[in-house]
Structure formats: C-alpha cells, structure tokens
Design a protein around this ligand. Structure first.
Ligand SMILES: Cc1ncc(COP(=O)(O)O)c(C=O)c1O
Length: 429
C-alpha cells in the first residue's frame, strides 16, 4: 500500500474521509445531489443571489465587455474599471474610506494578517508583535496567523476576560486582535464592542472577518460590525463575495492609508492574479440588488428563527446560534455522517462537518439558511432531520453541549503555532 493509500485508509477508518458530492444546476434552495432532488441547507448562498437573474446577466455582460480573466496581478497589468467600481461600492456599503479586493476570503485573511502584523512589528520598542486570535476562528485566519510568523495568543471562544488577561500578559507589545464576526461553524457572534474597546485600551489593531456577516446581519446587511455601531472603528473588515453576495472573491474595507499599505505589502494581493471581471461584475450587481431589497436580509433572519424553533421542537439544541448558521452538534464524526446520509435519503442536504474543521468530539450538521427557503420547506426539513437523527441512532439534544465539548486546550489543527517558546504557548496549552 502506498503512503497515500495508507493515509486515505486512516482517514476512512477514523470517519474523516471526505469526498465531493455532485450537484447539478445552480446553488438554488433545491438542487439535484448525486442524482437525487434535495432541499439545499448547507450553501452560503444566503440571499439566493448566486443564481439571481440580474447577477447572472451582469457576469455574462462583463465577460463580453472585459473578457473572462484579469490577466495578472493588478499591480502588474493594471486595474480594470470594474474592480475600481466594486471597491468604491463596497467601501460605501461598509462605511469605510476605502476597500481593496482580494482573490478570495482565504487569500484576504492570509494577506491582511501578515501585513498588519508586520506593521505592528515595524519600529516596535516594546517587543515583537502578538496576534490575539479567538480559538474558533476560521482556518484562513489561523493560517494567516501562522504565515505572519508572529507570536499568537489564542483566547477562549468569545471570552473577553481571557483576551484581556492575554493582553495584560503581553503588556505594551504591539499587535492585533483577529476574529470572525459570525462564527462559521457555530452561528454565534463575536462580542465586537468589547473587542474594539480592549484593542483601543491596549493600543492594538483589530481585524474582523465578516465572511458570514456581510449581507446577512446589521442594517441593510452591512454586517455585524455595523450592527454593533462600529462602522469605521475596526482597522480592517474582511468581507467575502462568494457567500451572501453570490459571486467569488473578497475585500478588505479600511482607511485609504491602510488600503495603500495593503496594496504595497499584502503578499496574497501582490502575487496573485486579480479577480476575473465576470465575478467582480456579479458581486457589484448582487450588492445593488441587496441595497434595493434590504428585506432579503430580514427574510433570511426570519427563516433562521423559524428553523431554530422547528429544530427545538424536534428536541435539537440550537441555543448557541443567533444567525443564519445553525449547528446540530452530534459529537462523533461517523455518527454525524450517518445522520447526514439519512437526511439526504429523505431529501434534505445538510453536510456533516468534522475535524479539523471543528474541534474533535463536536462533529455536526451545519445548517445554512437561505432567504429563498419557504417556511413550509423549513418545517418539513426540521422533521426530516429529527427522523434522520433517530434512524442513525442519535437522539436529538443528546449532542455534547458546545462549550463542554471544547477541549481545554486547542486541537493542534486549529492552534496557530506559536513560533517562539513563549507565555502564549503556556497560556494556550
Ligand atoms: C469565516 C470565514 N472566513 C473566510 C472564509 C474564506 O472565504 P473564501 O471562501 O472566499 O475563500 C470562509 C469560508 O468559508 C469563512 O467561513
């Protein structure tokens, strides 16, 4: 057996083997999955904009007008009209002076964290910079911390006391606090006001990833930062174009000076081909549709409320979520997969999420609501999920409560490796 086969076998035996399922047609609320019609309950196409006629048309028109690709990094072959237009629209939407596009949310987080950490390091007299990172941050933020080669202090999930302690421990050192706004696998929201206040008090910067907040929360879908009244108060807000905005790519919304700095130093922006015009034009059209129809955001959150109520009626624990992301925590990876497969057979697709995406022992079905789901669809889906769980041998509500399931430290896969032997390593252990 080759080393590749051996590793794949290991993954199969531990219930962690992954395969891509085949979806026919666009990411609508109903799709055909591996030949079977299902209700799609795990796509981040939250507002249904990925297959909105105006968004599709904008992408098609842009392909005809500007071509299929951007040709090179914008710093090499020049920025295109459509990139500029979208950046201006995003800055206005997010209430910041400026915005700059990145190839994807993953690339944005890698580039932004590295650049902002380097900024903190420049001229620092109180020691090297520290990145303060929530333990349940998205993998792209974690990888951003790793690539920044800065010391990382991982604080307990949403625990401002722990973060405050960490900031005191590293007293006076420059740095930044990085957090998801809406946690992608849990559906809860970071305590943004407290984080910004702590950052101010300790003279560190803030980077907030609004991948699941943009288009979903706050006034007109402007995000959790806007909902908390913090527009213009966060150093860099990262948003993605591939989720609620239905296209592909990402952006950093920030001051004009920060934009200029990122353009000069964020390696994932400098050394990567610019977004293709059809994706940019699609995002621009999606943003226009959202601004014309802010009621889509209300519908999304109303649907999330309906789903949580219906799931609670089935006995599921859903109290941790307050957004369009609703986790049904099962615990064991194999069991979570079995619940997922039973639900698919009954016509509901909610992908099981297993380690290393979530901490060991907290495998779950991650439900993602869409504004285009109907209430009847959601009521029926909750019943289907309840039955699927029982058929798979899992009693709804018997999952490990999230807080209890988090290991005392952090699973290696999720822990940004501290590069120096330091207090942070001890604190995070
Ligand atoms: C919180 C968060 N940030 C960033 C990303 C990465 O965004 P993208 O898919 O555009 O690379 C994701 C993707 O799922 C995410 O959930």
């Amino acid at each position: 057996m080759s080393d590749i086969e051996a590793r794949l076998q290991e993954l199969r035996e531990s219930g962690l083997y992954r395969r891509m399922r085949h979806v026919s047609g666009p990411q609508g609320s109903r799709v055909v999955l591996d030949g079977r019609p299902v209700l799609l309950l795990c796509s981040n196409n939250y507002l249904g904009l990925a297959d909105h006629p105006r968004v599709r048309e904008a992408a098609a028109d842009a392909a005809m007008r500007w071509g299929a690709g951007a040709g090179a990094s914008r710093l090499v072959s020049g920025t295109m009209t459509v990139h500029r237009r979208l950046e201006e629209a995003l800055a206005a939407f997010k209430g910041t002076e400026s915005a700059v596009l990145f190839g994807s949310g993953y690339l944005a987080n890698l580039g932004v964290i590295g650049a902002v950490a380097k900024l903190a390091a420049a001229g620092a007299v109180a020691g090297p910079p520290v990145v303060f990172s929530d333990e349940l941050n998205h993998a792209s933020l974690i990888d951003g911390c790793r690539l920044a080669r800065a010391e990382t202090f991982v604080y307990d999930h949403c625990d401002v006391e722990h973060l405050a302690w960490g900031l005191r421990q590293h007293g006076g050192r420059p740095g930044l606090i990085v957090t998801d706004s809406v946690f992608s696998m849990d559906g809860d929201v970071a305590p943004l006001e407290e984080l910004v206040e702590l950052a101010r008090g300790h003279g560190v910067r803030t980077v907030v990833d609004e991948a699941h907040g943009t288009g979903c929360l706050g006034p007109g879908g402007r995000g959790a930062v806007a909902e908390a009244g913090l527009e213009g108060e966060v150093d860099v807000v990262v948003g993605t174009l591939g989720k609620a905005l239905g296209a592909y790519g990402a952006f950093a919304a920030c001051s004009a000076a920060m934009r200029d700095y990122l353009t000069n130093t964020a390696r994932s922006l400098i050394f990567s081909t610019a977004l293709p015009p059809p994706a940019v034009a699609a995002a621009l059209a999606a943003l226009e549709v959202l601004q014309e129809h802010p009621e889509m955001v209300d519908k999304l959150q109303a649907n999330a409320g309906v789903m949580r109520d219906e799931l609670a009626r089935e006995g599921f624990e859903v109290a941790g979520s307050c957004t369009q992301i609703v986790p049904l925590v099962v615990g064991d990876a194999d069991l979570a997969m079995q619940v997922c497969e039973q639900a698919i057979e009954a016509g509901v697709f909610a992908q099981a999420i297993r380690p290393p995406t979530v901490p060991a022992g907290t495998s779950r079905l991650r439900l993602a609501l869409m504004a285009t789901h109907t209430r009847d669809e959601l009521r029926a889906a909750a019943r289907t999920l309840g039955r699927a769980a029982l058929q798979a041998g899992f009693r709804p509500g018997a999952g490990v409560p999230l807080a209890a399931a988090q290991p005392a430290g952090h699973p290696d896969e999720r822990l940004p490796a501290p590069l120096a032997g330091d207090d942070a390593a001890a604190a995070a252990a």
